[in-house]
Design a protein around this ligand. Structure first.
Ligand SMILES: CC(C)(COP(=O)(O)OP(=O)(O)OC[C@H]1O[C@@H](n2cnc3c(N)ncnc32)[C@H](O)[C@@H]1OP(=O)(O)O)[C@@H](O)C(=O)NCCC(=O)NCCS
Length: 192
């Protein structure tokens, strides 16, 4: 059940089953910059080019209103920070949101952390933020991510052909979404 709690150090955290989501802090800038600057990670993300540590620090220090954009680090239960995820409200009424996720530590790929973090964030979004629909964009070649999102219950809404130009090629982007009722039906134990 994804409720914001305070952990032993007083930070707000959202507990999943195998991960803990917590607010990003300026001290996370180095890890996040390293992940975005790793070409193997960045190829799956929207970012085209490497970025500087200074820019990353600035971004974290000027964190926007969490009601509109919730940016979180993903920690394992033993406290290792392995990635980031976010929910950003799309519309004025605030019932639709976009989800983003990156497990930056590559040795943690395909171990279930991404799926658990996505489920935890969706649960928080539907229960605590009163969202109706959560959507995400994913490159059609990113089969691991698509598999993870489908396990969570996201459905394929549409493919936008040649929607993104990156390093000399046009990429197709799949839009996936899950509705609050679909989430509750698929994950009653996370929705109670
Ligand atoms: C996408 C991402 C969040 C998924 O998290 P994860 O912890 O690696 O994924 P999970 O282990 O929870 O689930 C992945 C599933 O895909 C499967 N998988 C792995 N590689 C695959 C491949 N090449 N093709 C199809 N399925 C694959 C895994 O076996 C697993 O399924 P299973 O549990 O049925 O065995 C993570 O890999 C990541 O951040 N990657 C880099 C950045 C990225 O792609 N971000 C998303 C941008 S939209």
């Amino acid at each position: 059940m994804a409720r914001a709690l305070a952990d032993w150090s007083g930070r707000a955290v959202i507990r999943g089953e195998g991960v803990v989501l917590r607010a990003t802090e300026p001290g996370d800038a180095e890890s996040i910059a390293r992940w975005f600057n790793d070409p193997e990670v960045r190829r799956y993300m929207g970012a085209r080019f490497p970025g500087s540590l200074v820019d990353q620090r600035r971004r974290l220090e000027s964190r926007s209103d969490p009601e509109k954009r919730l940016g979180l680090c993903i920690d394992t239960l033993d406290g290792r920070t392995i990635g980031i995820c976010s929910l950003h409200r799309d519309d004025a009424e605030g019932h639709n949101a976009g989800l983003g996720i990156m497990i930056g530590e590559k040795d943690c790929w395909s171990k279930g952390y991404g799926t658990d973090a996505t489920l935890t964030l969706c649960c928080f979004g539907f229960r605590q933020m009163d969202l109706h629909r959560i959507r995400l964009d994913v490159y059609t070649f990113n089969e691991r991510a698509i598999r993870s999102y489908e396990k969570c219950g996201f459905r394929r809404d549409a493919v936008q052909r040649d929607a993104y130009y990156k390093h000399g090629e046009y990429l197709d982007v799949l839009i996936m979404a899950i509705l609050a009722d679909e989430f509750r039906e698929k994950w009653p134990e996370r929705s109670g």
